[in-house]
Structure formats: C-alpha cells, structure tokens
Design a protein around this ligand. Sequence first.
Ligand code: NAD
Length: 444
Amino acid sequence: MKLSVIGLGKLGSPLAAVLASKGFQVVGTDLNDSLVEALNDGRAPVDEPRLQELITDNRERLHATSDPVAAVAETDITFVIVPTPSDQQGRFTNRYVVDAMQTVGAGIRRKSGYHLVVITSTVMPGSTGGEIRNALEVHAGRRVGETLGLCYNPEFIALGSVVRDMLTPDMILIGESDPKAGEILERIYEQSCDNKPVIRRMNFVNAELTKISVNTYVTTKISYANMLADLCDRIEGADVDVVSQAVGSDSRIGGKYLRGAIGYGGPCFPRDNVAFASLARSLGARAELAEATDSINQYQVERVMGAVLGRLPSGGTVGILGLSYKPDTSVVEQSQGVALAARLLDEGHQVIAYDPKALTTAQDAIKRPLHPAESAEDCVRRASVVVIMTPWPEFRAIPLDAFAQTPRLTVIDCWRLLPREEVGTVADLVHLGFGVGATRPALV
Ligand SMILES: NC(=O)c1ccc[n+]([C@@H]2O[C@H](COP(=O)([O-])OP(=O)(O)OC[C@H]3O[C@@H](n4cnc5c(N)ncnc54)[C@H](O)[C@@H]3O)[C@@H](O)[C@H]2O)c1
C-alpha cells in the first residue's frame, strides 16, 4: 500500500515517518520546500522527540516531493494535514484543505483505480461532507463512492509526544463516506499501531463532533482542577494534589488532566474549546460550560500574576522558567508563560526568562525586550522572584545554592516541582495550590 501525506508540519511529518516505520511506502509533500528538502536529506522537518530516529531508520520507504499531483497519482491513500486556522468567531476555516483538494483531485484524475482521501486536519462539523467533499469531487472529476473514498480521521496527539501518541493511541476516530473507505483506513491502523486501540467508525458529522468534544471535555477537566487549586490557595492546610488525587480515584472522574496548575495552551485545546462554543451558539444551543472553561483558563495568568506581584520587591526582576506551552516542544502558541511575560512587560517590570527549547519562538511571539537567561540556574540567580510556568523536568536539577540568596528569593512553583524539604529551606518556596491561608500575601 502506497501512501501520500499532504502537509509536512508538526503532525504530517511524524505521521509520514510513523507510517514508513510500519512498512508503508510513504511520499510527503508540502508547499514549504525547506520541509521537503529536509525530509529528503534525512533530517526531521520539525522538532519532535523520536522523529529523527524514525526518519533515519526508514529512509528507503520515506521521501518527499514538491510535486503534490505526482505524489497523489503514485499512491493509494492520501492523508491531508494542512492548517485550519480559526476565524474571528473561533471557527476553523477550511481554505487550506479546500485548496489542497485541487492538487489531490488533479492527482486522482491521473489514476483509474480506487483512491482514498483522508482528512486529518481538524475541521468544523459539516465540513468533510460539505465543502471538502464538493471540492474533491469537482477536482477529481468523479463522485465519492465506487472508486473514490473519503474519511475524516483527526489525531489525538500532544506535541512533544506525537510519535508515541500515534503509535499507541487510545482511540482511532474514523468518519467514513462508506464502509469500504472506513475498512481500508482501519486496516492501515491495525498495521501502524503498537497497541490495539478502540476504533470508532461513524459518519462524518459525528466524527467531527467527537473530535472537538473530546478536547472540550479535557479542557473542562483542566479548568475544573485549576478552579480547585485557586480555592486551595486560599484555605489554610489545603493541598490541591491531595484533593485532586482523591477526586481522580473515583472511576467516574479519573485522574488524568486533573493536576491543578496553570491554564492549558498550545495549538489545539484553546481553539477546540472556543470552536465548540462558537458552533453551539451559532445553532442556538447553550455553551456555558465551554465558555466558563475558557474564562477560567484566561484567569490563570492573572492568578499567577497576583502571586508574583504580591511578592515582588520594588524594582525587582521576575524570572520565568518555562515559556513553551508544555515540556518537550518549542511551541509557544497560547502559552501561559508567554502571556505572563507579556503582562509583566506591559506593566513595566523587568523580566528574565529561560526555556530549554522555546526562547527564540517566545521572543518572536512577545516582540518586546525579554532578557534571555543562559540556563535555568542563571535565570534563578538573576531574579528576585522566580516562577515555574512549564514543568520541564530539568528544572528539578537546578543546584540548591542558586536559590540561596540575600535578600531571600521567592520561588512560585505552579507545578509543585521543587521539593519543600530542600528549596523551601533556603528560599520562600510557594507551591501554588497549597494553601497557607492568611499567612501569605493575597493572590488576586
Ligand atoms: N499540532 C497539533 O498539536 C495538532 C493536534 C491535533 C490536530 N491538529 C490539526 O492538524 C492540522 C495541521 O496542524 P499542524 O500542527 O501539523 O500544522 P502545521 O502548520 O505545523 O503544518 C501544516 C503544513 O501544511 C502545509 N500546507 C498548507 N497547505 C498545503 C498544501 N495545499 N499542500 C501541501 N502542504 C500544505 C504548510 O506549509 C505546513 O507545513 C490542523 O488542522 C490542526 O488543527 C494539530
């Protein structure tokens, strides 16, 4: 089975490499020639753990081309993973997917046999069976059916663990034009997954709804945990970890994403939640739960800001540890660390920051003078208040003597990463979500 992948970005490159590693012949294509070149040179087009290793080990089955029509024409199945940016109402736009249907359709025109088109980009309910199908049929010169299959098959991955998540997913979600199309895609996953995930096959609109519903539910859980952490901050003796672990032990709830720390960010969670709410409103349905989730999420930066400003000496410098929206990625889209840095700079405070991967992307996003530290230790040594925004494991290894300063340093640890028994003896260590009630400065 030969496969083509249209779009070699953060998802497309790992998908192409994972499929090649499972024995498929894969050709990737992208409008951006540097990504095509990278893959053909055997270099990972994007930064993602394990991607380079997969590319290096599977070069004989993996190549790229700048000719998308040829890529489609010489393969049996085409995965489309191009951007679907949000519009002003928060709904995903389909213009890149619809544009891609031109080349996909042109490639299919060169073939006589069956071809399956798989839309992996996240799209709004109604899109796959609507304008995407129409564009595909117009450009392919044939109807979806006998010789042309169409599936909606979004990924449930997190940046930083894309390869692992693709190899061992909880669920494969398939919206299918007809049983034959879904069957073929199911067989691909039987070969490419290391585990035996649940496979859910359904019509397009149910699959489109499922995709945004999963992320809206997970974000609701995160905001719930953050609401709890905010409450724990204010009650003497309260500890969000103790409470959330107990709450999560109830099998109706479960402990995943119930940590109680800072808000969610990244290219998916915030916008999937907003898209869900926008869709509901546009149909006259109520979306208060999704809207409250978003508003609690936006409040998290203010919550941390309050904790920082309540402890910052006049003229002091704030050190931010962690700018990426999560560990193991350089992505800063909707990152709370970046939002905090921007808020502090707006109010005229001095900010120094460190992130193992995201310093450059964060500086590009902030567009203001953010002083980069050389290392986590350097960031701590140069700050009067340090705040841990991203739980990079390496922050646990900062030498203890970096925290021992005169005047005494305040460390605001949103993720409760640093041990009280050590760092707490040499600095004022504030574990957010761990209440000491009235004995400490108010948050917000
Ligand atoms: N990144 C994530 O965490 C994530 C997770 C789940 C779903 N998604 C969804 O996956 C889709 C892609 O996301 P991404 O993060 O990989 O985006 P990305 O921006 O990293 O990559 C998309 C790539 O598509 C290319 N492209 C655009 N139009 C093209 C065309 N006509 N032909 C060939 N290439 C084209 C772009 O040049 C780019 O390299 C989006 O719909 C996104 O919502 C992303």
